[in-house]
Design a protein around this ligand. Sequence first.
Ligand code: ZN
Length: 335
Amino acid sequence: MARSDWRRLDESDVRVRPGKGTRPRSKRRPAHADASPAMVTAKDRGRWTCAVDADPERAVTAMRARELGRTPIVVGDRVDLVGDVSGRPDSLARIVRVDERTSVLRRTADDTDPYERVVVANAEQLLIVTSLADPPPRTGFIDRCLVACYSGGLQPVLCLTKSDLADPGELLASYADLAVPAIVTRHDEEPTELRDRLAGRVSALVGHSGVGKSTLVNRLLPDAGLATGEVSAIGKGRHTSVSAVALPLPSGGWVIDTPGVRSFGLAHVNPDDIVLAFPEFAEAAEECPSGCGHLGPPEDPDCALDDVVKSGEARPGRLASLRRLLASRAGLDVL
Ligand code: ZN
């Protein structure tokens, strides 16, 4: 695609094509042919916790092999381990390879780090937890999460909590044109549908405090002792902020919580990447003037996306929703 040519690339970029179940290898070195595949479940400074064969029972602490230099390795990364992969106390394996990522979530730059960085790799979906009341839903936050999903290659899923306090109809209607899957929960009912949605998948989780995210996680992960144990195992008693941690679900699959992430980085997002998530507009976007932000008049008076609606090939609501997302990139919502 032509837009790839001028798009800025970096080490954490991905060619996003969701649905691929394979594990592409960027660099296969014969020297490590006997390496063990693993998934990174937590990270703390120079140490990573990895689950060998993505088996939560086989947790191994690992360091980054010298040959990888400063290659970023984040929670959700699929890696290859050599050395002591027994997982015994004080054992240390080495990460010798990092697989190409199928998706990425970036956090925003903040006071301690001026760069947007990938915090979660390879999550299939992002569960956007929002309460219907107390506190009221923040659609700007939801929109920015959607942009992060569309640009990073994740399937967004709305999880609307506290439906015993307010009706979800209005909020669901405002996202109907985006066809985002939605799950409605309430505190006095088991989150059965949510459980089914997460089973066997790797899902990242985001939500403001007070929306009931912790309550949900505790219900999904009744064995909270295991989760806590994993976090403290990598922290070695130090009080460090954990930016993301993958927790195994009883039914298979993983939930990746992002407690230290205040909001997702969107500064890098190219408007064209968002348009790609709306197939009916992708072709017309090629006709837009160079650098078109696709917001329409007055910002982008010659945007070709309006023609798609005028010709009847797309519903006006789809374009309005797409433009709302594009506009939301500029905002900042602190978790
Ligand atoms: Zn345009």
